[in-house]
Every structure is written in structure tokens, then in C-alpha cells.
Design a protein around this ligand. Structure first.
Ligand code: SF4
Length: 489
């Protein structure tokens, strides 16, 4: 048995029924239906193949690949298989997006619903499980990484509570092998290591050797826009050549994965060294991915890029929609106020002028609606410099987006990036205008979520059961909001 084990808690180690967006449900407390149904609906338990994970989070696969290339014997497992490895394991590596439920969606839902979000519940359960206790008793060294590591800096007491020896922030490729070697040799590990101080170049970033969850592959790293609230600070932009992307897609396809996701902070900036999308490179990228996957989604695109690509969007849609009813991507609206946009994200509208922000958002939503792309959009509520007028502008914008098939999620401000010295925004800080905004978003989302789920679950043998489960969930949520005097119809 391998001495080095890689894993994540159940909310991270799930294939979300092949519908990646469902994973977002883990940022909420279990509501509307009992917890076991909620968990099955949003993050079903991954079936292990003899204790090995058939798919794993992409970031974990990168670390697995790096360790394999450096000659370590590693295995990646679903969390419930840990008992099989406790006797031989020496080092455990864990990844997490939102370990303690402090990310913007989790904070919002937890604060409003006054209950711990499922991602935090699940991680705590895993770290305090009898198998995990046994592993720690046997002297296993625990190293955590992934986008959620900043949370251990603001809640350091959890390191001791959960027996975590070392936290690796940022990109870990150039530091992880040394840390694992030191852990195996019984050396003391530093509490925190910042991998971003040792950025890997494109050539130093290994290619995954085993399948990633829902066929997700990264196409590059970094974002040039530098929004002040964002934790993706100004990392150097590194786009992967198409050949590297193709080889990773083939790893997934060979294992039988038919769906895929292209991942970067703005997929439509692929291959560009500026704020201007490169149409040829995007077309080649989408053609490559569509020729391998029968269903394709994009992790994130910027609304400005969508508007810039308004002539290419129908061509991309034609390429992708030959075998799926719609495609999706996450987008950031953040605010409807030009004044606020100028302060916190003056480059987000590039290559257009930020003074056109609400107009650009409307135009992008229209283009996406016509091209059957469903955006899952975020808004930030309670930004440090936000005024009543700013909130009213955002309300006006959301009302204008009423007829576009989309989900719009208002998230409470969490101090990250350049704004990390500011205060958290919590339910106690809510003003009347915020409540109005939340209600409008809720109505919008309930309307379109019902519409989207009619087709979203097609193509699985248990689609009818899943659809029924979500029907019950929507009813439960509506009941809950009515209880608080919030009509959702
Ligand atoms: S919010 Fe999006 S556009 Fe802005 S810096 Fe972060 S990743 Fe880039």
C-alpha cells in the first residue's frame, strides 16, 4: 500500500452527477429536504474502485502527477476509503475549496440560514472521524492545499484541532515534493508555505495522469484584470499550448468520461496577452474540446469578453450545441453601479470602458441567452464603499436581466485580495435595500432554476428520480422562504 495518500472530503470528492454546477450546493446548509437527501442531490458519494478514486479534483490530480514524476508512490482515494490505508500511510495530502465554510457563498448562506454550510460540516466530520484519528495516532503527517487554505490563516486554531501539520497556499508544484520528502523523513514541517513564491512555468506544470472530476482541464493560469476584492491576485498569465490541453483531455476520455469543463479565470482570454480575446485561438480550443467531449462547459468567462466575441459566440454555440441543449459558465457581475465598479474592478470591463458596465452586462446576457449559454452570475453585497445608491443601481440591473435564462447569486463581501483588511459583511449588516436585492435574485433564480432543471438532468437512467428530488427541494426552499415572509413566485 502507498505511503502517500491524496484525498478530499465528500463535498469535494464527488462527481455531482456529472453536473459540476451542483457542487455549488455544498456551500449551503442542508435545507428544504433532510440532510441525506440534500447530500445525495448535490454531492453524491463517489464510488471507490478498490479504495481508489476513479475521478478526483483537478488540483489534486496535478499534485499526484508531480509526485509521481518525482518518483513517489502515491494513491488518490475517496474519503470513505481511508480505513484501508491507515496502517501503511505516512503522509496525507488534502485539498479543499472552502474548508471551514468561510468563502463568499458559504458565508452568505450560513449567515442568512443560521446553520453551518455542508462543506464545513463534511470537512469537520472527515477530520474528526475514527479513521482519521487512528491515522494521526499512527503518526501520519497531514498537509493541506487548494484554494481554501487562506481560511487556516484567519482560523489558525483549526490546525491543531484537526492535526494539520502544514498548509501550502497557492500553486504547489514547485514546493510539494520537498515537503513530502521532509515529512517522510520525520522532519519538522513549516506551518505555512506560500507556493506562489515559486510559481511554476508552463513547462514545470505537470500533466494529469489520472481522470479529473467531470473531465475538468485547466487551459492556463492567472488573470490580468486585478479586481481588488479577488484572491486571484495578479499572477503571471500562463496559457497552455493546445497539445498539453489535448493530452489531458485524452486522459479523461480514455477513462470513459464524456463530459468536460475548460477551466481558467476567463476561458475567452485563452492565448491572449492583453485584455483582447484572440478569436482564432478560442475557436481552436473549443473545437478541440468539443471533438473529444460530448458535453462541454466553461468554468468562467468575463462578460466583457462575451460582448467582444459577439460574432464568434453563435459559431462557438453551434460547435458545442450539436450534442447538448445548452452550455454554461460562471460570470462575475459584482455590481450594477459604475461608481463602485470604477473603484473595485476598473479593468473588468476591458477592452471596453468601465463607464459602460451595466450596459455591457445587459448586452452579454442577451448574447448568452441567444446562444443558449447559461451564466451563473455573482454579485457582491456589502462592499466596503457601497452606498444605498449603489445597491439601487444593482437592483435596477438585475431587474433588467429578468428575461435572460441565468442564475444570479448575491454573495456577502468576504475580505480577500487587496481588501483583506476590511470587515466581513454578515446578516447583521443587512439594510432594507439589500433585502430587496436578495428577494429579486431569489425570484429570478427560482424561476430559471425550475426551467433549467427540466433539461439539465436528461441523459441519466435515474434522471426522473433526480428531477423529483429537486422538485421536492424547490418546494422545501419555497416553504422556508415563505416562513420568513419572502414570496418567491
Ligand atoms: S474577479 Fe475575475 S476578472 Fe477580477 S481579478 Fe478575479 S479572476 Fe480576474
Amino acid at each position: 500500500m502507498a505511503e502517500i495518500v491524496l484525498t478530499a472530503d465528500r463535498t469535494m470528492m464527488s462527481d455531482y452527477h456529472g453536473r459540476e454546477f451542483l457542487g455549488f450546493g455544498a456551500t449551503s446548509p442542508a435545507v428544504g429536504v433532510p440532510e441525506f437527501i440534500f447530500s445525495w442531490l448535490f454531492f453524491p458519494k463517489m464510488k471507490g474502485l478498490n479504495g481508489v478514486a476513479p475521478q478526483a479534483p483537478y488540483g489534486l490530480r496535478k499534485i499526484e502527477a508531480k509526485l509521481m514524476e518525482d518518483g513517489f508512490d502515491v494513491v488518490t482515494i475517496p474519503p470513505h476509503s481511508i480505513g484501508k490505508y491507515t496502517d501503511d500511510m505516512k503522509v496525507m495530502l488534502i485539498t479543499g475549496h472552502d474548508y471551514l465554510g468561510l468563502g463568499p457563498p458559504s458565508t452568505t448562506f450560513a449567515s442568512l440560514l443560521k446553520k453551518e454550510p455542508m462543506n464545513a460540516v463534511s470537512f469537520k466530520r472527515f477530520m474528526t472521524s475514527p479513521d482519521m484519528r487512528k491515522a494521526k495516532k499512527n503518526g501520519v503527517r497531514v498537509i493541506v492545499g487548494g484554494p481554501g487554505t487562506w481560511q487556516f490563516k484567519v482560523r489558525e486554531s483549526y490546525l491543531e484541532k484537526f492535526g494539520i501539520d502544514c498548509v501550502v497556499e497557492g500553486e504547489a508544484e514547485n514546493v510539494i515534493s520537498n515537503l513530502v520528502k521532509r515529512a517522510l523523513e520525520g522532519e519538522e514541517l513549516p506551518k505555512f508555505v506560500n507556493g506562489d513564491d515559486y510559481y511554476p512555468t508552463v513547462d514545470e506544470i505537470p500533466e494529469i495522469k489520472n481522470p479529473s472530476i467531470n473531465g475538468l482541464v485547466e487551459i492556463g493560469r492567472g488573470c490580468p484584470k486585478g479586481c481588488s476584492f479577488c484572491s486571484v491576485t495578479r499572477k503571471p498569465i500562463r496559457w497552455y499550448p493546445l497539445e498539453k490541453i489535448r493530452r489531458e483531455i485524452e486522459v479523461n476520455v480514455r477513462s470513459g468520461i464524456k463530459v468536460g469543463i475548460l477551466h481558467s479565470d476567463d476561458v475567452f482570454l485563452y492565448g491572449s496577452k492583453s485584455f483582447i480575446p484572440n478569436e482564432n485561438k478560442i475557436f481552436d480550443l473549443i473545437s478541440l474540446a468539443s471533438s473529444h467531449y460530448s458535453k462541454l462547459a466553461l468554468s468562467h468567462v468575463s462578460l466583457a469578453s462575451v460582448v467582444y466575441l459577439k460574432n464568434l459566440m453563435p459559431v462557438l454555440a453551434d460547435t458545442i450545441l450539436s450534442s447538448q441543449p445548452f452550455w454554461g459558465a460562471e460570470v462575475g457581475i459584482e455590481t450594477g453601479s459604475v461608481r463602485l465598479a470604477e473603484i473595485i474592478m476598473k479593468n473588468k470591463a476591458r477592452p471596453f470602458d468601465v463607464s459602460r458596465w451595466p450596459e455591457l452586462v445587459g448586452e452579454a446576457f442577451g448574447i448568452m441567452h441567444d446562444c443558449r449559454m447559461i451564466p451563473a452570475a455573482t454579485l457582491i453585497v456589502g462592499l466596503p464603499e457601497e452606498t444605498e445608491e449603489d445597491i439601487l443601481k444593482t437592483i435596477e440591473l438585475v431587474e433588467n436581466l429578468r428575461d435572460y435564462r441565468s442564475l444570479i447569486v448575491p454573495l456577502f463581501f468576504v475580505p480577500l485580495g487587496l481588501l483583506k483588511k476590511n470587515d466581513w459583511f454578515l446578516a447583521r449588516d443587512i439594510r432594507e435595500e439589500h433585502i430587496e436585492l436578495l428577494k429579486i435574485c431569489l425570484k429570478h433564480d427560482m424561476r430559471w432554476a425550475k426551467d433549467i432543471t427540466r433539461e439539465y438532468f436528461d441523459g441519466m437512467w435515474y434522471s426522473p428520480i433526480l428531477k423529483m428530488g429537486f422538485k421536492l427541494f424547490f418546494r422545501g426552499v419555497e416553504r422556508l422562504f415563505r416562513k420568513y415572509g419572502i414570496p418567491v413566485q
